[in-house]
Design a protein around this ligand. Structure first.
Ligand code: SER
Length: 607
């Protein structure tokens, strides 16, 4: 079944069961400093899972573009991709297990026509704070038995390592304030795959041999980590369901290789054409090229450029891994693959077509830059070994120290260094890496600590200050200014915005003064939920351009009565904020810098 058809069936099924469709959020979160990329559909919903009221109600459904950098090293097997689309449905304190489990089963078996005998499930075995999930087991038992299947052979209990979900993982890893809960997962069996003992003596549903594929995870997000480290029930329990579209396609097509499904096979065929090589003999390389270029295409379409920082760094790493593998295959035209990706995904993401030139040029420019890095790396090594020239002059073995310099100053990974034809002492290199990463861990400790997600007082002040800052920038520089990102910690706030010139000292001073005036006026900060058209009419700014969102939450900074248009700041935003601007004592800009073409960044402190 094609991707688009599965998406339509899923949305239709859950809308039919009273859900409201909410938009796909940006792959690069705008206001969540705790993470670089959106990696699950629930991520933008955290405040609502913790009890805030969602403007669209208590039953939501969507399709979310996700990127998981942590899976980067897994790419090359039959099922992992860094970029994927997650089908998600949520109950915000509304329905629970007895609706969610039968709904998902019905969706799989009746709408996607997946035979029930291909399905296996897992449930939570319980721990000291949360009981064994016998309720889910009983529901699954009934569902399997209604289809004439022996439930005993299909339901398995696992502990917190497999059947507990939170953004941080198992309960002991969850930071204070984090929501999480037990889960029930559904697995599809590829009956043509025989267990490989390399993965363990006995096969089981969570085995990595490829026989079973997880196709959906219903999290009963009913708990919250407390300051004292305990896990306590939330006032109202939620459901957070996520299922990978790429994997559901594998199940509907009974295709155990994600790269051979109707979605990804066309990409692989394009790679085969441009490399004149065949997929069966070059699976790993072709899978990396297909996955990494797809992820890069989406990341670039979200406005990110390759760089040495944050999202830009991840993008650079993805692209360079894609180039390395493409060169190993002696590929001819990388553009032909990008064209195919845009073609394949533009049905669900039409934006890709309008951003095609930007995507292609970014990839080609980075490829040129990478080629220069490789030339420089060769020159560096030749010089160290007293040779000259861009080509390697017979140097093959280099010291771990030199390899490490190539890593830190030229940005080359150990694999890239090896693919240039050098060998070095791996253990010595690993030791240097470990030293280096423990230093950088210390240097960046607390970097994302205390962001909006933790709702600390200082962070909330910073959040309100960014609204004042955005409006003050518009007052001074004009209405073309608009936010492209933010990152707020307890120590400082960071605000990125579109503007094409460096700000003068006078302009910065004026912006700072305006924000401080608004703080002194002690204006109330309040929100209203309203239809998009009404929000726009008030002059509120924000991301309104998705056709599925009907109601939005708008924060006003200004009088509680009188026309809303008269409020000083009006922004579409999820919150939270201080209730009066006077809660912020003083606002100071500490730095203004360029982020590249037409993008500026301000660092400031809201005391
Ligand atoms: N949040 C869960 C996951 O990512 C279910 O949506 O698997």
């Amino acid at each position: 079944m094609q991707a688009q058809e599965i998406i339509e069936k899923y949305i239709e099924f859950f809308e039919g069961n009273g859900h409201k469709r909410i938009p796909n959020s940006s792959l690069v979160p705008l206001n969540d400093p705790t993470t670089l990329f959106t990696s699950a559909g629930m991520q933008p919903l955290v405040p609502y899972l913790l009890g805030e009221k969602h403007p669209e109600g208590t039953k939501l459904v969507n399709v979310q573009n996700c990127f998981r950098a942590q899976d980067i090293d897994e790419i090359g097997d039959n099922r992992h991709t860094t970029f994927f689309r997650m089908l998600g449905n949520w109950s915000l304190g509304d329905y629970f297990k007895s609706e969610q489990i039968p709904w998902f089963f019905e969706f799989l078996t009746d709408r996607l026509n997946i035979p029930a005998e291909k399905l296996y499930v897992t449930v939570f075995e319980g721990n000291d704070s949360v009981p064994k999930d016998t309720e889910s087991e009983q529901i699954w038992k009934r569902l399997f038995e209604e289809r004439g299947l022996n439930a005993k052979e299909r339901i398995f209990y696992y502990g917190t390592d497999k059947n507990w979900w939170s953004r941080a993982g198992a309960p002991d890893k969850m930071p204070s304030g984090e929501p999480g809960g037990p889960s029930t997962e559904v697995f599809y069996e590829f009956t043509n795959i025989k267990h490989d003992k390399k993965f363990g003596e006995q096969c089981h549903v969570n085995c990595d041999c490829g026989r079973f594929l997880e196709i959906g995870n219903s999290v009963f997000m009913a708990y919250k980590k407390q300051d004292d480290g305990s896990i306590k029930p939330l006032a109202s329990p939620n459901v957070d369901f996520g299922g990978g579209l790429e994997r559901l396609i594998m199940a509907t097509e009974d295709q155990n290789d994600a790269f051979s499904t109707s979605l990804l096979k066309p990409l692989v065929e394009t790679i085969e054409n441009t490399t004149a090589k065949n997929y069966d003999s070059n699976k790993k390389e072709m899978r990396v090229v297909a996955d990494h270029l797809t992820a890069s295409t989406f990341i670039i379409s979200n406005g990110i450029k390759p760089s040495n920082k944050e999202q830009g760094y991840v993008l650079r790493r993805l692209l360079r891994r894609a180039f390395d593998n493409f060169y190993l295959l002696n590929g001819d035209s990388i553009t032909s693959i990008v064209d195919k990706i845009v073609d394949q995904y533009s049905q669900t993401d039409p934006d890709l077509k309008s951003k095609y030139e930007e995507i292609k040029n970014t990839i080609l420019t980075e490829e040129e830059a990478y080629k220069r890095v490789l030339t420089e790396a060769k020159k560096f090594i030749n010089k160290r070994y007293k040779k000259t020239g861009d080509e390697l002059m017979g140097v093959t073995e280099i010291s771990a120290e030199d390899a490490f310099t190539l890593y830190t100053t030229h940005g080359l990974s150990p694999t890239q260094i090896k693919s240039l034809g050098f060998t070095f002492n791996d253990q010595e290199f690993a030791r240097k890496m470990e030293e280096h990463s423990s230093k950088s861990r210390t240097a960046s400790a607390g970097k994302f600590k205390g962001g909006l997600a933790d709702h600390e007082e200082q962070t909330i002040k910073g959040h309100t200050a960014t609204h004042l800052l955005q409006q003050a920038l518009r007052d001074v520089l004009g209405d073309s200014v608009h936010q492209t990102g933010s990152n707020i910690t307890t120590e400082r706030l960071r605000f990125d915005f579109k503007y094409d010139k460096k700000l003068t000292d006078d302009e910065l001073k004026r912006v700072e003064e305006i924000v401080n005036e608004k703080i002194k006026e002690n204006l109330p900060v309040h929100f209203e939920m309203m239809p998009v058209a009404e929000a726009k009419a008030t002059g509120a700014i924000g991301l309104f351009d998705d056709k599925y969102q009907e109601n939005v939450k708008v924060y006003f900074i200004g009088p509680l009565s009188g026309p809303r248009e008269d409020a000083y700041s009006k922004e579409f935003c999820g919150g939270p904020h201080v209730d009066f601007t006077g809660k912020i004592k003083k606002f100071r800009i500490i730095k203004e810098e360029s982020l590249g073409k037409e993008n500026r960044r301000i660092y400031a402190i809201a005391e």
